[in-house]
Design a protein around this ligand. Structure first.
Ligand SMILES: Cc1cc2nc3c(=O)[nH]c(=O)nc-3n(C[C@H](O)[C@H](O)[C@H](O)COP(=O)(O)OP(=O)(O)OC[C@H]3O[C@@H](n4cnc5c(N)ncnc54)[C@H](O)[C@@H]3O)c2cc1C
Length: 497
């Protein structure tokens, strides 16, 4: 099947619904559920955009190319699956990812390209999976091909639940080890049979549980301790409707309100869920790694999966910062506050964040190099730094929007109020020199949803944590960065005249 359209995504979700629960009830059909259907519609829209796009750069007008010919069938498949070989491939992939990110103003982190690029990298590095068990190489390659050809949506879950993070039980000197991996709640293999493995336990979080498949693999941030039992080290994938697999969704931030009232939450609720595996059977053909903690710990680094997901993340972050800048600018125009020194200073901060992120993305592409698996990878350090900075930048963006909006983020009628008993008062008192009352309210409801609502707060939490916490990222950066040339420079200076 070539690249899907939105209706095909929706139909499959109806035919094979993931086992979702929310607020004490089973979600029978996510596609019409009030808390989930807005997000489903937006994911569907992404697939519709694939359909109307040109399939080669020679056909491309204004819009980016969204598909490329499948290496196996020749049919158009999603461009996020491409195995980049040339700078033009990376550039085209970025154009495609940027187009998808624009649909949600950068507010949906788990658009399908995030995991498609990861899976591509893992499949290209199939030899890594097959070093101990040759069949795992075929498994990861076949799985990538299946997802690419059927254009499936993936969610993923990498981290075990927080249970005991007490410092006294922390292994000394390694800030990356995850204590909970050894507890009885961690997802573990409980049985091996001729047909596959059986896994039991819990994981968090699965963002975008409105997906066809779930990938379960080791987190780069939460490394398994040396000597961890083999039963806790694995990589596999399953359909989201696999028997025994249950997702507990947090409460939805799509409150069923209009687009006017909740412009972001009503459209872009991607949802986060706990994943419970109740003796879930995984057939061998869906197992990619097993019983080797070191191989699991090194998977991301050796396959360079994180460089490709980083390419997607930083592309999305550029769009998100463009959205913040545009929003901030409109807020100032409506309030006439643009020339105040503190507004200029905060706008400059947004511009700096945007331009730094863009420059790092460009540097990552300019310094891209082929890896040992023949894949052109964006350069590690610019992407790593861009991701780290964003963990600090985005909470500040939320703060800036709050400081710019101040009371206008609370003097905020709903759509119903605009035609309710106080309509005349609202029209008279809420208009400004540059905006009608309705225009002002529409804009500030958007700002409120970006930085004050439950949806907006979750955006900040997401950017702080979805790629690992700031401390573990600091440890990783220190271990990755070659500080010796700079150290030698200073040593030579000290030893010189
Ligand atoms: C909105 C959202 C969406 C997410 N989506 C996904 C997803 O789709 N898939 C997925 O797999 N995961 C997802 N996550 C989970 C994410 O990967 C983790 O939250 C993140 O890696 C941090 O792990 P943790 O929550 O277990 O926190 P912890 O590891 O417990 O850390 C909590 C805090 O304590 C500190 N800390 C605690 N123990 C240690 C220690 N031993 N060493 C160093 N620091 C420590 C950390 O610095 C951190 O600030 C999501 C998280 C959020 C908030």
């Amino acid at each position: 099947m070539p690249a899907r359209n939105g209706q095909q995504y929706i139909e499959r979700l109806k035919e094979r619904p993931p086992t979702l629960y929310m607020r004490g009830e089973r979600v029978k059909d996510a596609t019409i559920h009030p808390g989930l259907s807005g997000g489903v519609k937006t994911v569907a829209r992404l697939y519709d955009i694939q359909q109307i796009s040109p399939s080669s750069s020679s056909e491309a007008g204004d819009g980016p190319v969204m598909t490329y010919p499948s290496p196996s069938s020749g049919e158009p498949v999603g461009l996020s699956f491409i195995t980049p070989q040339t700078p033009a491939d990376l550039e085209a992939r970025r154009g495609m990812m940027r187009r998808w990110a624009q649909v949600s103003c950068g507010m949906m982190g788990r658009t399908p390209d995030f995991l498609n690029v990861s899976l591509m990298a893992m499949a290209a590095a199939g030899d890594y999976f097959g070093e101990d068990r040759p069949e795992f190489k075929e498994n990861i390659r076949n799985y990538y091909e299946l997802v690419r050809e059927q254009d499936l949506v993936l969610t993923h879950t990498l981290v075990n639940l927080q249970r005991n993070r007490a410092p006294e039980s922390a292994p000394a000197g390694d800030g990356l080890r995850s204590l909970s991996d050894n507890t009885d709640i961690a997802l573990s293999v409980v049985k091996e049979t001729d047909a596959g493995i059986v896994v039991h336990g819990a994981r968090l979080l699965a963002t975008l549980p409105i997906a066809d498949e779930i990938a379960v693999y080791p987190a780069r941030s939460h490394r398994l301790p040396t000597g961890a039992p083999g039963r806790t080290s694995f990589a596999f994938a399953l359909p989201c409707d696999a028997p025994g697999l249950k997702f507990l969704c947090r409460e939805s931030f799509d409150l069923g309100r209009s687009r006017f009232d909740h412009p972001l939450g009503s459209r872009f609720e991607e949802m986060d869920a706990l994943a419970f595996f109740d003796n879930v059977f995984v057939p061998w053909e869906r197992v990619f790694l097993l019983g080797d903690p070191d191989r699991c710990n090194n998977m991301s680094r050796r396959t360079h999966q994180y460089l490709h997901s980083g390419h997607q993340v930083v592309t999305k972050n550029v769009v998100k910062l463009e959205f913040v800048l545009g929003l901030a600018n409109l807020m100032q125009r409506v309030l006439g506050s643009g020339q105040q020194p503190q507004m200029l200073q905060m706008t400059a901060e947004i511009i700096e964040a945007l331009e730094t992120t863009k420059a790092l993305l460009r540097a990552a592409e300019a310094d891209a190099a082929p890896d040992e698996w023949g894949v052109l990878c964006p350069a590690e350090m610019p992407l790593t730094v861009a991701r780290h900075l964003f963990i600090r930048m985005y909470p500040r963006m939320g703060e800036i929007l709050q400081l710019m909006g101040s009371s206008s983020l609370m003097a905020l009628p709903t759509e119903a109020d605009l035609s309710g008993p106080l309509a005349d008062e609202l029209a008279r008192y809420l208009d400004t020199d540059t905006a009608t009352a309705e225009g002002r309210v529409r804009l500030f409801r958007l700002a409120w949803d970006a930085c004050c609502s439950a949806f907006g707060s979750r955006q900040i939490l997401y950017e702080r944590f979805f790629q690992g916490d700031v401390y573990r990222n600091v440890v990783l950066l220190n271990s990755l960065y070659d500080k010796e040339p700079a150290t030698a420079f200073v040593r030579e200076f000290l030893e010189g005249d």
